[in-house]
Design a protein around this ligand. Structure first.
Ligand SMILES: N[C@@H](CCC(=O)N[C@@H](CS)C(=O)NCC(=O)O)C(=O)O
Length: 201
């Protein structure tokens, strides 16, 4: 199993999942996802990409589900359709309501500097503030009486939705006022795989 990555948010989910699930993986850190050899793996020119035998899996959430099934773990609840629906609910919610706005802080305050794409755009940041808080309130309220996002057991959904929280301070994500999100992320930080997801080599 080969996992192509670099050290940014979406590969972080896949690397953390591989480590958490203890799946033996050959990690391949790439430099340029738009290089022809990588475009042959993923026409989107993105990471993470997983190759398992003859199969190529794209998209961080799909990679995590594949790794979970391979490990026989209920991190993806294969045997529980109702929990599967709830995991999908949070993955979809993240893609449309949370990650785009949290991601704006990540892109403007970190990625732009890291990849020399110019300075943070205050208007782009400002545009994400209200929708970020709207979504963060939904998440915080849910976490007031759930240990994890789904069924009080850790799942793929937690690694998807939480992915930017390890960078919260650095990217000035306005999340400090949400006590339940803070408690949830502190719990995730107890996991070695979440705290320290990157391969050492
Ligand atoms: N929806 C995809 C997004 C993948 C993605 O956007 N990856 C970023 C790194 S976090 C990337 O490869 N960016 C390279 C580029 O845009 O050139 C997933 O979840 O895997």
């Amino acid at each position: 199993v080969k996992l192509y990555y670099f050290k940014t948010m979406n590969p972080r989910k896949a690397c953390a999942a591989a480590k958490y699930l203890d799946v033996p993986v050959e990690y391949v850190q790439i430099r340029n996802p738009r290089a022809p050899e990588h475009l042959a793996r993923d026409p989107n020119g993105r990471v993470p990409v997983l190759e398992d035998g003859g199969t190529t899996i794209l998209e961080s959430a799909a990679i995590m589900v594949h790794l979970s099934m391979k490990a026989g773990s209920d991190f993806w609840p294969s045997a529980d359709p109702r929990r599967q629906v709830e995991v999908l609910r949070w993955i979809s919610w993240d893609a449309f309501h949370f990650a785009p706005h949290a991601g704006s802080f990540y892109f403007e305050n970190l990625i732009k500097t890291q990849f020399k794409l110019g300075r943070p755009d205050p208007a782009a940041l400002e545009a994400s503030v209200a929708p970020f808080h709207k979504a963060a309130k939904v998440l915080d309220t849910h976490l007031a009486n759930h240990k994890y996002l789904v069924g009080d057991a850790l799942s793929v959904a937690d690694f998807v939705v939480a992915v930017l929280l390890p960078w919260a301070e650095e990217i000035e994500l306005p999340v400090a006022e949400y006590a339940n999100i803070g408690r949830w992320h502190a719990d995730l930080m107890q996991l070695d795989a979440w705290r320290n997801p990157w391969p050492s080599a």
